[in-house]
Design a binder for this molecule. Sequence first.
Ligand SMILES: Cc1ncc(C[n+]2csc(CCOP(=O)(O)OP(=O)(O)O)c2C)c(N)n1
Length: 178
Amino acid sequence: MLEVIAPYLDSKVVVCNLGIPSKELYALTHQSSNFYMLGSMGMATPIGLGISLSTNKEVVVIDGDGSILMNPGTLATAAHLNPPHLTIFAVDNSSYGSTGEQPTLTVSCVDLALLARGCGIPNVMKAAGKKQLVDAMKGPAHGLKFIHALALPGNAKVPNIPLHHLEVKKLVMEFIAS
Ligand SMILES: Cc1ncc(C[n+]2csc(CCOP(=O)(O)OP(=O)(O)O)c2C)c(N)n1
């Protein structure tokens, strides 16, 4: 799935969920503005929100269903603060993919798009398949966006990221300040 949206991440600050998604993003399309989350499950969207409130640059958060469900109140905070250049791309593979594909509650009772709408996020899109994912990434140009991206469970085989976390932080901060 990330390979479909990779062309739309160019020159944006990208805050990526921990585990396999970050490794996949690094392997696909590394850039100095990619913040690869390490360890802090549930913190990709809060960190992306904080960054988007302090810069005019476009910010994309790549989050996961398990992580969002750990910290769902952040969606309400994002809606309330309503930063104009933030996209939350929620990869919903209905599982904690990075730790062995244990099912999350999106299998049974939670619809992340409805959750985002209920929290007050103005632009909420559900996307499955290449065309819908691309359309969702392309527009609308302005305003807080939440893309509920439906994915099948299963991980790409990707190596570890050969960067120290402090180096990652430094590069992202330099990009934001540039
Ligand atoms: C507080 C905390 N609990 C558990 C973990 C272990 N952990 C790391 S990634 C992950 C799964 C994340 O699932 P999801 O957000 O759905 O993303 P996916 O891996 O499926 O892409 C878990 C449970 C952690 N890092 N921190």
